[in-house]
Design a binder for this molecule. Structure first.
Ligand code: NAD
Ligand code: ZN
Length: 357
């Protein structure tokens, strides 16, 4: 079923369409909306291997003049050093401001293609066509893009809204389980922080175990993200609630060598540890952490660090967080499942807060 919502940020409106099979009408859709425009498709090699044939059929079939630019898969491609290479290919292709950059991939591609679109010729049309669950429910909506510097992740970037976001949930079928679960951690985050019905539906879906219902789950996450960023697209207020589980999650990602925990796994542990501690302190309704733990287990996500993990050392990394200078943390806590709030805490008290005995 096709579902469309409109995001309205700073007087810029764009639609987010969720529809299984949308990819198989991409050619006509682009040709109708951007007649006679060139399209530069930025993707990664894994997605290219799986979907190039369909892409060629779609875009050639609609008579579009287009170019495929493929980067190696992985976070390494989200480097600032990738940009000059992309600009140079776009110049060779003679892409103009009225033309289109299509970001076809996960969050890495969405971010680097988004940054490219925002900065090439001072801004060209951007369409997001996300292929991971993470990118569908989070990265493709809101206009944040980014590139990593050697000093840190996402240290360069802009806010640049796409012209539209096209979500085909069918892409999740080819995602490796671990990457699907990674995105599911963000979906669970939306349920915990904003939507008790989504949380219950996720429990039902896990019990059924047939992978059904993903289309409506994606749509509901997009709706939540829309509602939040329309109020606060630059993350100064209510959008901080989207960081539920992320304060400790980022510490875990920073502390362990690359690849030990995926972003979603680190966030899953962060959500549970924070909720358990808050519950013990009477800041969260009782039994909330148990409900969360069961759901994380049902989606093959971890909820705790190994017993011998040195929490003090892991949490130390919070002080190095380049984006959060100052001593205060805005920790996201759950009042109960589906309702979150900000709780201010001194950074140096974070480890004490998390200790539960
Ligand atoms: P990713 O883009 O690295 O994709 C993960 C892997 O899945 C890649 O190897 C990719 O090749 C593969 N893949 C993608 N789609 C596939 C498909 N349909 N079938 C098979 N394989 C597929 O990872 P991600 O989790 O999508 O994105 C993570 C990035 O997103 C991070 O850099 C993060 O900072 C960024 N992010 C940005 C925002 C934002 O608001 N801008 C929000 C959240 C995350
Ligand atoms: Zn996240």
């Amino acid at each position: 079923m096709r579902q469309t919502l409109t995001v309205n940020i700073n007087m810029q409106k764009y639609t987010v369409t969720t529809e299984t099979g949308l990819f198989f009408r991409l050619g006509n859709l682009l040709a109708e909306q951007y007649p006679d425009k060139k399209v530069a498709v930025i993707t990664d090699d894994t997605i290219k291997d799986i979907y190039e044939e369909h892409l060629v059929k779609q875009l050639d079939g609609a008579g579009i003049q287009w170019k495929l630019i493929s980067l190696p898969p992985g976070e390494g491609s989200k480097s600032f050093d990738t940009l000059p290479k992309l600009y140079s290919i776009l110049l060779d292709f003679q892409l103009t401001r009225g033309d289109v950059i299509l970001a076809f991939g996960g969050g890495v591609i969405g971010d680097i293609a988004g940054f490219t679109a925002a900065t090439f010729l001072r801004g060209v049309n951007l369409i997001q066509l996300p292929t991971t669950l993470m990118a569908m429910v989070d990265a493709s909506i809101g206009g944040k893009n980014g590139a990593n510097l050697k000093e840190g992740k996402n240290m360069a970037g802009t806010f640049y809204q796409p012209k539209e976001v096209l979500i085909d949930p069918g892409f999740v079928r080819t995602l490796p389980d671990e990457i699907l679960d990674d995105g599911m951690a963000e979906v669970i985050k939306y349920g915990c922080a904003f939507d008790p019905d989504l949380f219950s539906d996720l429990i039902d879906r896990a019990e059924k175990g047939d992978g059904s219902g993903i289309e409506s789950i994606i749509y509901r996450c997009c709706l939540i993200k829309k509602q939040v960023i329309e109020q606060d697209y630059q993350d100064y207020g209510v959008a901080m609630l989207l960081n539920f589980g992320h304060t400790l999650g980022h510490c875990i990602e920073d502390y362990y060598p690359d690849g030990t925990y995926t972003h979603g796994q680190a966030v899953a542990i962060g959500m549970y540890a924070t909720t358990l501690a808050a519950e013990k302190r009477g800041l969260t309704a009782s039994n909330t952490s148990a409900l969360l733990k069961d759901l994380l287990i049902a989606y093959d996500l971890p909820y705790t660090l190994p017993e011998n993990a040195d929490l003090s050392k892991i949490v130390e990394t919070v002080k190095r967080d380049k984006k959060r200078r100052g001593n205060t943390l805005n920790l996201v806590l759950l009042e109960r499942i589906g309702k979150s709030y900000l709780y201010q805490l001194d950074k140096s008290d974070f480890v004490e807060f998390l200790k539960i005995d």
